[in-house]
Design a protein around this ligand. Structure first.
Ligand code: ZN
Ligand code: ZN
Ligand code: ZN
Ligand code: ZN
Length: 339
């Protein structure tokens, strides 16, 4: 929520409209939105250059000496205002020490003295630099992952939250790779031997099987079932299941979204007994693929059961039936309506 409020600067109305649309985004909508941002930027550039032409014409008529506009390059602006610690182009708010050395807000929050002149830092903002940076188009933060979009400060926050190149963690439990979201499916297919099972989203419970459970319990290595991959509301959801050496089983859902986005969806996974009466279920939020993968945190948000339960729910001496459902969180819908 805090992020939404930080957004309320010049493009307040636009951001609200965008957020309203993005509450139920799909991939096509995201692409259309990105195209719109690009179109807007082109038209802004055209307007800027028209304005520049008319300014130039006006200046020509007043004084010949002032006719030469100097358009600063991104590199020149970067050199002039880069943070003395991380050497990056700062994002607003921008701070300075008493001697004028510039620090981005991230570095400013980590140090007490200016690293160049050692004076004690206060919370002195550099509003002139902030105003320049707000107008200066800069590459998306995820340019190293392939995003080619340049945006001004007012545009990038909403873009980067939904940028197709924002990197997420590979859902395969042991894979440590960071993958741009747009390449997630091709990475899964190329690096994980097409072991993921794609499923169509269904609003009601969908039934699946954990097969060969007796063999799995007799194996010495940690077996994983092929993860299920489905798309809902423009997000990918991926289920995982594995049995630890301890004889404990865990099954849960990852979501390719931020932790805040994960709060907007709920999953339920339940084991179903052959008698169709007994069930064992867990309902909760998905684990974000954008956060650092933390095994204990992930397993705390999983349906946990043990070999004894598997034996009890096992059908035909071979499989355990289970079902899952993903739905929008009623809590998040209330929060959205309150805004
Ligand atoms: Zn910095
Ligand atoms: Zn200083
Ligand atoms: Zn981007
Ligand atoms: Zn991977």
């Amino acid at each position: 929520m805090e992020n939404l409020h930080q957004n309320t600067s010049l493009s307040d109305d636009q951001t609200k409209q965008d957020d309203a649309r993005l509450r139920g985004p799909n991939l096509k909508a995201r692409q259309a939105r990105r195209a719109k941002v690009e179109r807007k930027k082109i038209s802004t550039d055209e307007n800027d250059s028209k304005q520049r032409r008319s300014d130039t014409a006006h200046e020509t008529s007043t004084t010949a000496a002032d006719t030469k506009d100097h358009v600063f390059s991104y590199q020149e602006i970067k050199d002039a205002v880069e943070c003395v610690i991380c050497l990056g182009i700062p994002r607003n708010p921008v701070y300075q020490c008493d001697n004028g050395h510039i620090l981005c807000h991230l570095c400013h929050s980590k140090v007490d003295v200016c690293p160049l002149c050692r004076v004690i830092l206060r919370n002195t903002r550099v509003l002139a630099v902030e105003r320049v940076l707000a107008k200066c188009p800069r590459p998306c933060e995820f340019d190293i992952f392939g995003c080619k979009i340049n945006l001004t400060a007012n545009e990038f926050e909403s873009h980067e939250r939904y940028c197709d190149y924002r990197p997420c963690r590979c859902p395969q439990f042991w894979c440590k790779k960071l993958i741009p979201i747009i390449e997630l499916i091709s990475h899964i297919e190329s690096d994980h031997g097409n072991t993921f099972h794609k499923r169509k989203y269904s609003p009601s419970f969908r039934r699946e099987l954990f097969n060969d459970v007796k063999d799995v319990m007799n194996m010495s290595r940690q077996p994983f079932y092929p993860p299920l991959l489905l798309e809902f509301d423009g997000y990918y959801f991926i289920s995982e299941c594995f049995r630890a050496d301890s004889g404990n089983w865990y099954t849960w859902f990852y979501m390719a979204g931020s932790s805040e986005e994960c709060r907007k969806y709920i999953f339920t996974i339940k084991l179903i007994h052959a008698n169709n009466i007994e069930e064992l279920s867990y309902t909760g939020y998905c684990t974000s693929l954008y956060d650092e993968k933390d095994k204990s945190n992930t397993l705390a948000r999983a349906l946990k059961f043990d070999d004894g339960i598997v034996n009890h729910f096992c059908c035909d001496n071979s499989h355990v039936a289970y079902a899952y459902q993903i739905r929008r969180s009623p809590v998040s819908e209330c929060t959205i309506m309150d805004e």
